[in-house]
Design a protein around this ligand. Structure first.
Ligand SMILES: Nc1ncnc2c1ncn2[C@@H]1O[C@H](COP(=O)(O)OP(=O)(O)OP(=O)(O)O)[C@@H](O)[C@H]1O
Length: 463
């Protein structure tokens, strides 16, 4: 049996946690404030503290600091209903055993208490420098994301960020780096899809003077430049197969062999990858090496699309307004504008919202932003139409999948054949719509231009 101290000003929470802990066979003391909790800690140090962040008077994070200063070493589980990035990272860096978001999932609380009392190591531990929150959002989805970022920052594991285009994957990668112990080392961002296939190897791994036509001087590659810090690989699904082997070796050995060199160069870094694709199905389709996948996906973070956290839209919109350098800032967003912003599907996510606010700001000049100042919604399908189209497409796909799966000749290629059959017409339609211009077609498809060009070539279409 352990002694547990619950510090929370909400009586109902204290009551619920007391019952839970007593049910686990522990004895519980409750305190409605940090001051009262600190008195208990000094008088009769408990085996575990459950500590709320927002408290009247001294807040929970300061209380945790004071407990640590008293050389109090028992685990502390921090709880909050208002988790922003700063709080999440401060809790993790301050040595919290676990960081729980309210409202609680009881099974999660029970598991945290049991692990804490077994003195298993906390899910994150190494200290890192202090920081500022820079990703905006206060929905439960964003709070959970901040927690994941804080945990990733305090560990050394490679991180894979998944999410649609424009959700904030690069911002999240930068946050992981900035809040990590290596924040003063380089953060090198590489958009893999933008690398021309002919120079990708020398760009990534470097080359020595004269190693190929045009290599007039020895140049360090991007991997070597990330030494000691973080290598951010955007659109990781586009890493060409031959380079995947070389990249895996570099990650495993902490060194690279520049093109034409006979000696390796140190390149030890944390890899953060971002992808909007389902990399695992690429692995299953044989388009991405499984060993590299497992190497780079130790800690996976999914960033939800903006439409699934629409309550963040007003905050984000205000944030983008405040970033404006114009002296004639519009002072407010009309309530109808906010309603319209929350109604839109934002398939281009935060990037599309940011562009819309910048556009509206130019039109509104000063004063209030009205709905007519917003750009027309992007021509995505409306929700109802999309649902019908999705249903039709899925019926056709099911029928075609059945045919291919029954066809012995298609055995081993079903996946790529079916996707190829959809991809070809899609690309052709997009190119026709944009007068054969790759740039707008790629933007509409949510692909990088280079990726689109490559896919057009694969389908024997002109770009
Ligand atoms: N939570 C957020 N708070 C503030 N700004 C954000 C947030 N999320 C995204 N942004 C902004 O939205 C834009 C797009 O973000 P970012 O480039 O990180 O997205 P991405 O997911 O990496 O996009 P892509 O997949 O197209 O590379 C940037 O201007 C970024 O600053």
């Amino acid at each position: 049996m352990a002694n547990v101290l619950v510090i929370d000003d909400e009586q109902s929470i204290c009551w619920g946690l007391k019952r839970l802990c007593e049910g686990l066979g522990h004895s519980v003391t409750t305190a409605p404030s940090a001051e009262e909790g600190l008195r208990v800690v000094k008088a009769l140090p408990p085996d575990l503290v459950l500590l709320d962040v927002r408290l009247p008077g001294v807040d929970g994070l300061t209380a945790m600091e004071r407990m640590k200063a008293l050389a109090f070493e028992a685990p502390i589980i921090v709880m909050t209903a208002f988790g922003d990035m700063k709080t999440a990272v401060a809790a993790v860096q301050g040595g919290a055993f676990e960081y729980l978001l309210k409202p609680f999932d009881l099974a999660e609380v029970r598991s945290a208490i049991t692990r804490a009392l077994r003195s298993e190591p906390p899910s994150a531990a190494t200290p890192a420098p202090s920081l500022h929150g820079e990703m905006i959002g206060d929905t439960a989805e964003m709070q959970a994301l901040f927690k994941q970022i804080a945990l990733a920052a305090s560990a050394r594991a490679n991180v894979m960020l998944q999410g649609e285009s424009g959700v904030g994957k690069e911002l999240a990668a930068r946050a992981v780096h900035r809040h990590s112990a290596n924040s003063s080392a380089p953060f090198v961002a590489v958009n893999v899809a933008a690398l021309s296939p002919t120079v990708a190897e020398s760009e990534l791994f470097g080359h020595v003077d004269g190693s190929f036509t045009g290599a007039s001087r020895t140049r360090a590659g991007l991997l070597a430049r990330a030494h000691g810090g973080t290598l951010f690989l955007d659109e990781a699904g586009d890493i060409p197969m031959p380079l995947q082997v070389k990249l895996l070796r570099a990650i495993e050995e902490g060194e690279v062999l520049p093109v034409g060199a006979d000696r390796t160069t140190p390149a030890r870094f944390r890899v953060i990858t971002a992808t909007h694709q389902d990399l695992l199905s690429q692995v299953q389709a044989g388009e991405f090496r499984h060993d590299l996948y497992f190497r780079i996906s130790a800690f996976q973070i999914a960033i939800p699309p903006l439409r699934e956290r629409a309550d963040d839209i007003p905050l984000l919109a205000q944030h983008f307004l405040s970033l404006s350098e114009s002296s004639e800032k519009p002072i407010a967003l009309a309530s109808e504008t906010l309603a319209e912003l929350k109604r839109r599907p934002w398939r281009g996510n935060v990037r599309e919202l940011r562009n819309a606010i910048e556009h509206a700001q130019v039109l509104a000049r000063s004063g209030t932003i009205l709905p007519e100042h917003l750009p027309a919604p992007q021509p995505w399908l409306g929700a109802a139409e999309a649902e019908t189209a999705d249903a039709r497409l899925s019926d056709v796909s099911v029928r075609r999948a059945e045919e291919l799966l029954d066809d012995p000749e298609a055995f081993g290629t079903v996946y790529s054949r079916l996707l190829g059959e959809v991809e070809g017409p899609l690309l052709a339609r997009a190119m026709a719509k944009y007068d054969n211009e790759c740039a707008p077609a790629a933007r509409a498809l949510g692909l990088h231009r280079t990726t689109l060009k490559r896919k057009l070539t694969e389908h024997g279409q002109q770009s």
